[in-house]
Design a protein around this ligand. Structure first.
Ligand code: ZN
Length: 238
């Protein structure tokens, strides 16, 4: 039996983080993590590189995916899942790969959230109740925990790190039989988890709102900044 500290929500510079894979892994070790899920937007290349170069940390291949109803985190997948699918279809594809569907920052209105009514009917496997980079962390965590209890979903925590320095600010404590992605997935399904968390430093929350020109260009190409004032999910909804 192992008790592992896993940050379930980490970005690298393969999407819109300023942190390289090497720096992300360095800070993960410094923070005392046992493993992390690399969940870049719409790519698994950062996760693949991390899995290739790390021989001590458990690397879970993941992706943060925009669906037509909001964002989901896929943990434990091999193949990239395209963006803008119907939410049900994206969830089905994650489960078909044996992965977990976690809903990130579920109540933060400007982060592309799914509605509570969606969460009740969709086959999601857990809620990220604590996200270190979220503004008003205490307020949103309380609301997220209430929803998790109401629906009966496991509560997880992740850093949603977009800077190497913030990796591990939050983690999910996992009671697992094996040190493997499969072991972590099984433990989450069975609710053998806890959370450890603190908000990321304010300077990182502010820098998150002031992306570099390269990150801004990347986000533009992914439709993060809609010109018509509606969210990407609203624009692709049919
Ligand atoms: Zn994220």
């Amino acid at each position: 039996m192992w008790l592992l500290r896993i940050d379930i929500h980490v970005h690298t510079n393969y999407s819109d983080s300023r942190g390289s894979v090497a720096d992300v892994l360095r800070f993960a070790r410094l923070k005392g993590l046992d493993g992390l899920a690399i969940t870049d937007h719409h790519t698994v290349r950062g996760a693949e590189e991390a899995a290739r170069v790390s021989d001590d940390l458990l690397i879970i291949r993941g992706e943060e995916i925009v669906t037509n109803g909001g964002e989901i985190l896929a943990l434990g997948i091999e193949e990239r899942i395209p963006k803008n699918l119907k939410t049900e279809e994206a969830i089905h594809r994650v489960h078909a790969q044996g992965g977990l569907v976690i809903v990130p920052h579920p109540t933060v209105p400007w982060f592309g959230r799914l509605r509570e009514s969606d969460l009740m009917r969709l086959r999601v496997d857990g809620l990220e109740v604590f996200s270190s980079i979220t503004p008003l962390t205490r307020y949103f965590t309380k609301r997220n925990l209430e929803i998790a209890r109401r629906i009966g979903l496991p509560a997880l925590a992740g850093s949603d790190s977009h800077f190497a320095e913030t990796v591990g600010d939050a983690y999910t404590l996992v009671d697992t039989e094996t040190i493997s992605a499969e072991g972590v997935i099984q433990a989450v399904r069975e609710g053998r988890i806890g959370i450890g968390c603190r908000p990321s430093a304010l300077r990182f929350k502010i820098r998150m709102l002031n992306p570099t020109p390269a990150i801004r260009a990347w986000r533009m190409s992914c439709g993060f900044y809609p010109s018509d004032g509606r969210s990407p999910s609203q624009r692709t909804r049919v």
